[in-house]
Design a protein around this ligand. Structure first.
Ligand code: ATP
Ligand code: MG
Length: 199
């Protein structure tokens, strides 16, 4: 073994010891709350990636799409064929179009009822609340109601919340928070949202 190999071996052994220590320290098992936030692209696709992962093991999954429910979305088209997946969508146009606070609040509350049902169902292993952060920001949903439903979910159930500007109380509750940081986005160079890539 040359010097470089020896150094590599030593540093890998150190790394392994460090990882083993962390693995030994992680003894708790329960459902998680994950928040995917930030301005960069990837929040919703990361959530659907996790949905695919859970469905791969045959777990029950519930996805609630706030705001963008009426939009076309390739992953939903494909995965909705899975009998273990239930999708509830907010039945309204995008709020920028309708500009109708009353109708949007009512639509939000209707889909929130579905979300609450999923959040109380131990058969649902993973619940995704896609773009929920905006419901709190616009005041369509109350943070206390959201906190209550998430805190009282079945212990084995995990929840993913996506959207920009996540409420600080939601961030404080979360086990995992990932902030997607925008380095660049094609849209800002005048490139159109692309089918199969952006939706
Ligand atoms: P994706 O659905 O691709 O994972 P996202 O959930 O992180 O993206 P959203 O804010 O929900 O992002 O926006 C969804 C749509 O807007 C997608 O078509 C995405 O490509 C686009 N988008 C995401 N981030 C940006 C950005 N920083 N600038 C412009 N468009 C964006
Ligand atoms: Mg999104």
């Amino acid at each position: 073994m040359n010097d470089r190999d020896t150094r590599h071996k030593q540093s890998m052994q150190k790394l392994k010891a460090h990882v083993d220590e962390k693995v030994a320290a992680a003894t708790e098992q329960r459902g998680l709350l994950l928040v995917f936030t930030g301005n960069g692209k990837g929040k919703t696709t990361a959530a659907w990636g996790t949905v695919t992962r859970a469905l791969g093991y045959g777990y029950g999954v519930g996805v609630v799409q706030f705001i963008k429910g009426m939009w076309e979305c390739g992953e939903r088209e494909r995965l909705v064929e899975d009998p273990h997946l239930e999708v509830a969508i907010m039945a309204t146009g995008f709020t920028w179009d309708t500009q109708n606070r009353e109708a949007d609040t009512a639509a939000c509350h209707r889909v929130w009822v579905e979300a609450q049902r999923m959040l109380a169902d131990p058969e649902v292993y993973l619940v995704v609340l896609d773009e929920l952060t905006y419901m709190l920001k616009f005041g369509y949903l109350d943070i206390e109601a959201v906190k209550h439903a998430i805190e009282n979910r079945p212990p084995e159930q995990s929840v993913i919340v996506t959207g920009r500007n996540a409420h600080r109380e939601l961030l404080a509750m979360a086990d995992t928070v990932t902030e997607m940081q925008e380095v660049r986005h094609a849209f800002n160079s005048g490139l159109q949202a692309r089918r199969g890539i952006d939706f």
